[in-house]
Ligand binder design. Structure first.
Ligand SMILES: Nc1ncnc2c1ncn2[C@@H]1O[C@H](COP(=O)(O)OP(=O)(O)OP(=O)(O)O)[C@@H](O)[C@H]1O
Length: 266
């Protein structure tokens, strides 16, 4: 088995012919917990979608667990938590149904009603602290709890590789703590986690490596940058003023070999 969960080589993505990722080279080792940070619009979501083949590459390549994306088949190893969406929608789905949907890739015929399946769904919900809400309609849950349902859906097939796009966004403190506990547990089990964040927040103790994207390039790759300025204030009211230039993120950016400074990030 390869020890590299994700590798991108010269990964370039364009929307309407406008480059959004400019040739990203990245390796994420198996078992690594990597935060993807950066200003709004810097390309974080696009990068994690590219890792999973959810956006087409203009050039470059992506490998997942040692295989080119096109040849990768083992999708039950991957748990994806997309950026916040309304998991309930207009449909009165129960929490159990949403989480069970995460098991389609691994389940066998007659799966939904089987005891083993219900147990797997229960385990996933238990890990995010929502086992007692299985029968409730998703739309009755708070935004943070809905986010935890999405995480449980990703956990349900018991994958070893997770890609989470801003799981903490708009999430109440209790749910943030629950999510941080879940990610910490995944890390201690040796799972790979790539997580898009606006700030490290409660995940800071788990994150060993961060990349900071700026205008579609990796501007920092290494230890998590220490917050400075307002972001360093305990309990600061983070209103994500990230629409401005990257320097306003409060993240001091270390020089990166072969790049970074030309982005005018200092
Ligand atoms: N489907 C799309 N079509 C056209 N442009 C897009 C599309 N998706 C994203 N973009 C643009 O690509 C750039 C990068 O977007 P992306 O969502 O990857 O950034 P991000 O760093 O995740 O931002 P945020 O923190 O706001 O989620 C932005 O300028 C965005 O407007």
């Amino acid at each position: 088995m390869s020890d590299v969960a994700f590798r991108t080589v010269g990964c370039r993505v364009e929307y309407d012919r406008q480059p959004v990722l400019h040739g990203i080279d990245l390796e994420v080792a198996s078992g690594e917990v990597l935060a993807v940070l950066g200003a709004n619009g810097s390309g974080k979501s696009t990068l994690v979608k590219a890792l999973l083949g959810l956006v087409p590459l203009a050039s470059g390549r992506v490998e997942v667990h040692g295989r080119p994306l096109r040849a990768f088949r083992d999708w039950s190893r991957i748990g994806y938590v997309p950026q916040r969406l309304n998991v309930g929608g207009g449909v009165p789905a129960t929490v159990r149904e949403v989480v069970a949907a995460g098991r389609v890739s691994v389940a066998k015929y007659g799966w939904f009603s089987s005891r083993a399946e219900r147990a797997a769904v229960h385990r996933a919900l238990d890990r995010v602290g929502l086992a007692d809400r299985a029968a409730d309609a998703v739309h009755e849950l708070s935004g943070g709890q809905q986010q935890r349902v999405l995480i449980a859906r990703a956990l349900a097939a018991e994958p070893d590789t997770f890609v989470m796009d801003e799981p903490m966004a708009g999430v109440d403190a209790a749910s943030q703590a629950a999510l941080a506990g879940t990610v910490s547990e995944l890390a201690s089990r040796g799972s790979t986690v790539v997580v898009v964040l606006h700030e490290l927040g409660p995940l800071a103790p788990v994150i060993r490596r961060s990349i900071v994207l700026a205008e579609g390039r990796i501007a920092h790759d290494g230890r998590a940058p220490e917050p400075v300025g307002d972001c360093a204030r305990p309990g600061h009211d983070h209103v994500h003023p990230h629409a401005g230039p990257p320097a306003r993120t409060g993240l001091p950016l270390a020089p990166v070999p072969g790049g970074g400074e030309e982005d005018g990030l200092r």
